[in-house]
Design a protein around this ligand. Sequence first.
Ligand SMILES: [Zn+2]
Length: 124
Amino acid sequence: MFEVLSLSKKPKDIRQMVDLLKQGATLTEYACPACASPLFRFKSGELWCAKCEKRVVVIKEGEDATKVTSQAHLQALENTILTKIQAVEQRIRDEEDVEELQKLNNALASLLENLEKLKKMKTA
Ligand SMILES: [Zn+2]
């Protein structure tokens, strides 16, 4: 069983797709559930439909589809938070104004708090 996720990062253009292939993405025997195009597999193990520009997850037999999907969502959310944390960190490094630093610190604290919560949800 397959499911197409819309939360995937999509390659911006064909050149990027070609780069991915150069990096070792391979064609698989699987077909996209949405458009029936052959799926590519990234080195990370992710399946990708080049036509839909979407990530496809394979749900193993007996595995709960809802759980797999929500785990993927949590992972995507975690990646977003990690990116934000890096951005705030960068600003803290460059910021001289004490008031701004305070604001950035607060932002960082709540981001870290959310990250903690997410990690708990993932292991739950
Ligand atoms: Zn497709």
